[in-house]
Design a protein around this ligand. Structure first.
Ligand code: NAD
Ligand code: UFG
Length: 346
């Protein structure tokens, strides 16, 4: 198949790209590198020993996007491109609505112009907001608590309306829980700019000695040990869910929202212990106040992914921590200083 990846140079995009190439698909990556580097794509070329198209561009540039798509003629689009920092979205909401929501509308128009009617969209468990039950299924009410989450909710609805208006359209909205981990080779991984907002990259950097201590946000949640509980899903499992979603979109019409999570909860302290096992190093931490906006627990009911996509998570917490540590220790500064020319030869 011919697959068009917006945001394909990013963390989840680069891992999905690797799996797509490994399965023999032809890919075009369209990314403005706002939060990623060409070096990641160079690494994917070496890893997969395959070439693919790369276009530097912004999804808000409609004419450019439509031109690239018309030339590539994709069977399906996977739409990763977007801004994703919750705190930043509260400070700069219009940036988020413009980039994520307006960008997605522009993308759908470009798909129409190129005659492509299949899309897999990167949504998030954050669309559910405060959980009403222990394990969240897709019928849980949508009540995101921050502008980032609202962009995901609005885009879901826009894509749903687009699919409703086009009898030949097919859309899969993948609601990711907490992606973590890296490719087993340690050649690609998560490379956050500045101080990581998310738990797994922060803990990796503490283990590596780049940061002194972890702050655990909240020790008084109604969970097993008082710390927040999340559903961590290995990024390679997540990548495989996209491939299953494309297969589904090839065979079905309409719009489906599907959770992508392992279906089991891990507390922040359990994650810290798992990292200690994987690294053989102590992770010093302090328990501090709750982070505003955090929910106590967020765990997927992944039954629909199993039923519709035939997908379940294969990797566990220890695999996630081991692979994250392998990436971190082989690339202490992420892709910083990696020369795409020298490092990216197949
Ligand atoms: P990422 O920032 O690593 O990747 C996003 C990519 O999109 C980057 O390469 C960035 O340069 C590109 N991009 C951003 N705006 C663009 C634009 N206007 N035009 C073209 N390219 C643009 O993030 P990620 O973790 O790989 O996340 C991918 C998607 O999954 C995002 O939509 C994110 O909101 C969603 N998501 C991520 C998580 C997570 O925890 N990582 C959880 C739920 C959902
Ligand atoms: N945490 C800490 N210390 C840190 C970072 C995080 O204790 O330095 C805790 C948080 O308080 C929370 C848990 O670790 O209890 C997970 O936090 P993350 O920031 O890693 O992840 P979130 O669940 O808050 O959010 C993530 C993404 C969102 C996405 C959501 C659901 O950041 O974009 O998962 O997919 F929407």
């Amino acid at each position: 198949m011919r697959v068009f990846l917006t945001g394909g140079a990013g963390y989840i995009g680069s891992h999905t790209l690797t799996e797509l190439l490994g399965d023999g698909h032809d890919v075009c990556v369209y990314d403005n590198f706002a939060n990623s580097r060409p070096a990641a794509l160079a690494r994917v070329r070496t890893l997969s020993n395959r070439d693919f198209e790369v276009v530097e561009g912004d999804i808000r540039q409609g004419d450019r996007l439509a031109g690239v798509m018309r030339a590539f003629q994709p069977d399906a689009v996977i739409h990763f491109a977007g801004l994703k920092a919750v705190g930043e979205s509260a400070a700069f909401p219009l940036e988020y609505y413009e980039n994520n929501v307006q960008g997605s509308i522009t993308l759908l128009r470009a798909m129409d112009a190129a005659g492509c009617r299949r899309i897999v969209f990167s949504s998030s468990a954050t669309v559910y907001g405060e959980p009403r039950q222990a394990r969240l299924d897709e019928s849980h009410p949508l009540a995101p608590t921050n502008p980032y989450g609202r962009t995901k909710r609005f885009i879901e609805e826009i894509i749903g309306d687009w699919a409703g208006a086009n009898a030949d359209a097919s859309a899969v909205l993948l609601r990711y829980f907490n992606p973590a981990g890296a490719h087993e080779t340690g050649r690609i991984g998560e490379d956050p700019r500045g101080t990581p907002n998310n738990l797994a990259p922060f803990v990796s950097q503490v283990a590596a000695g780049r940061r002194d201590r972890l702050k655990i946000f909240g020790g008084d949640y109604p969970t097993r040990d008082g710390t927040g509980e999340r559903d961590f899903v290995h990024v390679i499992d997540l990548a495989r869910a996209h491939i299953a979603a494309i297969d589904y979109a090839m065979a079905n019409r309409g719009c489906e929202a599907i959770n992508v999570g392992a279906g089991s909860g891990v507390t922040v302290l359990e994650m810290v212990r798992a990292f200690e096992r994987a690294t053989g190093r102590a992770i010093p931490y302090d328990i501090v106040d709750r982070r505003p906006g955090d929910v106590p627990a967020s765990v997927a009911d992944p039954a629909r992914a199993q039923a519709l996509l035939g997908w379940t998570a294969r990797f566990g917490l220890d695999d996630i921590c081991r692979s994250a540590w392998n990436w971190q220790s082989l690339n202490p500064d992420g892709y910083e200083g990696v020369d795409p020319e020298a490092d990216g030869k197949p």
